[in-house]
Write a new protein. Structure first.
Length: 318
């Protein structure tokens, strides 16, 4: 075995003595090894749809890690959470529901996946309206309307800027409860989000102020709250959650002609066959707008711009 030079032996002895004498090694005092003591652990929050992710991240900032159940392109009406998503709930501090249809079948299983997970209902304090249904002339829908008010309430509350402000307050209250040390940050972020929402609301009001027509046709009735907020009338093609029959399609074609419908709106999570059939019969255009886009603020203004263009033209202009 080779012997170490005398100078290296002296240096080695000095380092060993210093380490033993101090009781704490110099390595343990480095910033790199203390990083775990300075990083705040994020709150694990699960939500149902992408717009909720936007709201939670705007308020929670870097203190939250947000998981989304309904993946891009999937429908909240029929979604089935993946096994790995259910397993991941064991680490969640909170689940924020919004009462989209898939939750009716899955909420009990979601809640039982983690008994310590807080279940937060973002519809709290919000009076939801019955989801829009297409009614044919001459039919008695009194009983159906009463049933709709009791059961089929419209879940699309994230498409109303006014209602989103209420949801934001609920999110803020939840985050403060889970992490009171960051309350000031959450308050600042909430105020910034509310300011952006109010500016958006004013911009949409201006964008839709002088439309040639205020009636629009859409396959799935996602835009009921939006229509109510901005004085529009929505005609849904979907009949009680299903594609219309041939006879019902004929009725839609007649109504589209009467209303001079120039554009029929669809969304990427649903089929477009019936919408295209009606559009071809009345020389209308089919346009896609997405109520589930993640960048909510940007998407809402974009949709308003599409409405402005679409409702300021007639079928003859196609």
């Amino acid at each position: 075995m080779k012997q170490l030079p005398l100078i290296k032996l002296i240096a080695l002895f000095s380092l060993t003595t210093l380490s033993v004498g101090c009781g704490t090694s110099s390595v343990e005092q480095t910033p790199e090894n203390n990083i775990s003591e300075t990083v705040t652990e994020q709150l694990d929050i699960t939500v149902s749809i992408l717009p909720q992710k936007y709201f939670v991240e705007r308020i929670g900032g870097d203190t939250v890690a947000v998981n989304v159940m309904v993946q891009p392109g999937a429908s909240p009406a029929t979604y089935e959470p993946k096994p790995q998503q259910m397993k991941a709930l064991s680490d969640a501090e909170a689940y924020m529901r919004i009462r989209v249809p898939f939750e009716k079948a899955w909420m009990d299983r979601i809640a039982s996946a983690n008994s310590e997970m807080k279940i937060v209902d973002l519809t709290q304090g919000i009076e939801r309206q019955p989801i829009a249904q297409h009614h044919h002339h001459g039919e008695d829908h009194h009983n159906h309307e009463a049933e709709a008010k009791a059961i089929n309430l419209d879940p699309h509350i994230w498409l109303s800027p006014e209602l989103v402000k209420q949801q934001a307050q609920t999110i803020y209250n939840t985050l403060v409860e889970l992490n009171p040390d960051s309350a000031n940050t959450y308050q600042e972020n909430l105020e910034a989000l509310i300011s952006d929402i109010e500016t958006l609301d004013q911009n949409i009001e201006t964008t839709l102020a002088d439309l040639d027509q205020r009636t629009f046709m859409v396959f799935h009735p996602s835009w009921g709250y939006f229509a109510r907020e901005y004085d529009l009338e929505m005609i849904p093609i979907e009949v009680e959650g299903t594609e219309p029959s041939a006879a019902e399609l004929s009725q839609f074609v007649k109504q589209a002609k009467e209303e001079e419908i120039s554009v029929i709106f669809v969304q990427p999570q649903f089929g477009v066959q019936s919408a295209r059939a009606i559009a071809q019969s009345v020389n209308a255009e089919v346009l896609e707008i997405d109520p589930l886009a993640e960048n909510w603020l940007e998407n809402m203004q974009s949709v308003a711009n599409v409405f402005e263009t679409a409702l300021n033209q007639t079928p003859d202009e196609q």
